[in-house]
Design a protein around this ligand. Structure first.
Ligand SMILES: [Zn+2]
Length: 113
Protein backbone atom coordinates (compact mmCIF):
# COMPACT_ATOMS: atom_id res chain seq x y z
CA UNK A 1 0.00 0.00 0.00
CA UNK A 2 2.69 2.48 1.03
CA UNK A 3 4.85 1.39 -1.94
CA UNK A 4 1.92 1.99 -4.32
CA UNK A 5 1.46 5.47 -2.89
CA UNK A 6 5.18 6.24 -3.23
CA UNK A 7 5.10 5.01 -6.85
CA UNK A 8 2.13 7.29 -7.52
CA UNK A 9 3.85 10.29 -5.95
CA UNK A 10 7.05 9.65 -7.93
CA UNK A 11 5.01 9.42 -11.14
CA UNK A 12 2.77 12.45 -10.64
CA UNK A 13 4.63 14.67 -8.19
CA UNK A 14 6.56 17.64 -9.54
CA UNK A 15 10.33 17.18 -9.66
CA UNK A 16 12.40 20.18 -8.77
CA UNK A 17 15.76 21.24 -7.36
CA UNK A 18 15.90 23.41 -4.24
CA UNK A 19 19.25 24.66 -2.88
CA UNK A 20 20.98 22.16 -5.19
CA UNK A 21 19.02 19.23 -3.71
CA UNK A 22 16.55 17.20 -5.79
CA UNK A 23 13.00 17.17 -4.42
CA UNK A 24 9.40 16.23 -5.17
CA UNK A 25 6.64 18.76 -4.47
CA UNK A 26 2.85 18.59 -4.58
CA UNK A 27 2.51 21.75 -6.67
CA UNK A 28 -0.58 22.45 -4.57
CA UNK A 29 -2.53 19.49 -6.01
CA UNK A 30 -4.91 18.15 -3.37
CA UNK A 31 -4.50 14.47 -4.34
CA UNK A 32 -0.73 14.77 -3.95
CA UNK A 33 -1.11 16.73 -0.71
CA UNK A 34 -3.24 13.88 0.64
CA UNK A 35 -0.62 11.33 -0.42
CA UNK A 36 2.20 13.36 1.17
CA UNK A 37 0.17 13.55 4.41
CA UNK A 38 -0.36 9.78 4.48
CA UNK A 39 3.36 9.24 3.81
CA UNK A 40 4.20 11.83 6.48
CA UNK A 41 6.37 13.67 3.95
CA UNK A 42 7.21 17.36 4.05
CA UNK A 43 6.41 19.40 0.94
CA UNK A 44 9.05 19.65 -0.58
CA UNK A 45 10.21 16.07 0.01
CA UNK A 46 13.98 15.95 -0.56
CA UNK A 47 15.59 13.06 -2.44
CA UNK A 48 19.15 11.75 -2.49
CA UNK A 49 21.07 12.79 -5.63
CA UNK A 50 22.15 9.14 -6.10
CA UNK A 51 19.44 7.24 -7.95
CA UNK A 52 17.32 10.36 -8.45
CA UNK A 53 19.47 12.65 -10.61
CA UNK A 54 21.55 12.40 -13.76
CA UNK A 55 25.03 11.06 -13.08
CA UNK A 56 26.90 13.83 -14.91
CA UNK A 57 28.64 16.16 -12.47
CA UNK A 58 26.65 19.31 -11.83
CA UNK A 59 23.47 18.00 -13.50
CA UNK A 60 20.44 17.67 -11.20
CA UNK A 61 17.94 16.68 -13.90
CA UNK A 62 15.71 13.66 -13.48
CA UNK A 63 16.98 10.33 -14.87
CA UNK A 64 15.35 9.38 -18.16
CA UNK A 65 17.45 6.41 -19.26
CA UNK A 66 20.37 4.18 -18.43
CA UNK A 67 22.97 3.72 -21.13
CA UNK A 68 26.60 3.16 -21.86
CA UNK A 69 28.76 6.25 -22.40
CA UNK A 70 32.41 5.41 -22.98
CA UNK A 71 33.43 2.80 -20.44
CA UNK A 72 30.57 3.49 -17.99
CA UNK A 73 26.88 2.54 -17.78
CA UNK A 74 25.20 5.70 -16.53
CA UNK A 75 21.77 6.90 -15.44
CA UNK A 76 21.28 10.00 -17.55
CA UNK A 77 18.82 12.83 -18.05
CA UNK A 78 17.27 13.42 -21.46
CA UNK A 79 19.89 16.02 -22.43
CA UNK A 80 22.92 13.90 -21.48
CA UNK A 81 21.31 10.75 -22.87
CA UNK A 82 21.06 12.54 -26.21
CA UNK A 83 24.73 13.56 -25.99
CA UNK A 84 25.73 9.95 -25.21
CA UNK A 85 23.65 8.67 -28.14
CA UNK A 86 25.46 11.11 -30.45
CA UNK A 87 28.76 9.86 -29.00
CA UNK A 88 29.78 13.34 -27.85
CA UNK A 89 32.59 13.74 -25.35
CA UNK A 90 31.40 12.66 -21.90
CA UNK A 91 31.59 15.38 -19.21
CA UNK A 92 32.85 14.61 -15.70
CA UNK A 93 30.81 11.86 -13.98
CA UNK A 94 29.64 12.09 -10.35
CA UNK A 95 31.98 10.30 -7.94
CA UNK A 96 29.40 7.78 -6.63
CA UNK A 97 28.76 6.63 -10.23
CA UNK A 98 32.49 6.17 -10.87
CA UNK A 99 32.83 4.16 -7.64
CA UNK A 100 29.94 1.91 -8.75
CA UNK A 101 31.33 1.46 -12.27
CA UNK A 102 34.73 0.41 -10.93
CA UNK A 103 32.90 -2.61 -9.44
CA UNK A 104 31.49 -3.67 -12.83
CA UNK A 105 32.90 -6.87 -14.30
CA UNK A 106 34.57 -5.95 -17.60
CA UNK A 107 33.51 -9.22 -19.29
CA UNK A 108 29.95 -9.77 -18.04
CA UNK A 109 28.94 -6.14 -17.48
CA UNK A 110 27.43 -7.14 -14.12
CA UNK A 111 28.22 -5.28 -10.91
CA UNK A 112 30.32 -7.27 -8.48
CA UNK A 113 29.95 -6.59 -4.77
ZN1 LIG B 1 22.12 15.36 -17.12
Amino acid sequence: MKEALIDMVFQFGYRTVIDNKPAIITGGLSALKGAFDVLNWDDPHYLTPEGNTCEIEGCMNEISSEQRWGKYYLMLCHKHSSMAFKKKRRPQVKSYAIERELKRDKKTGFLTY
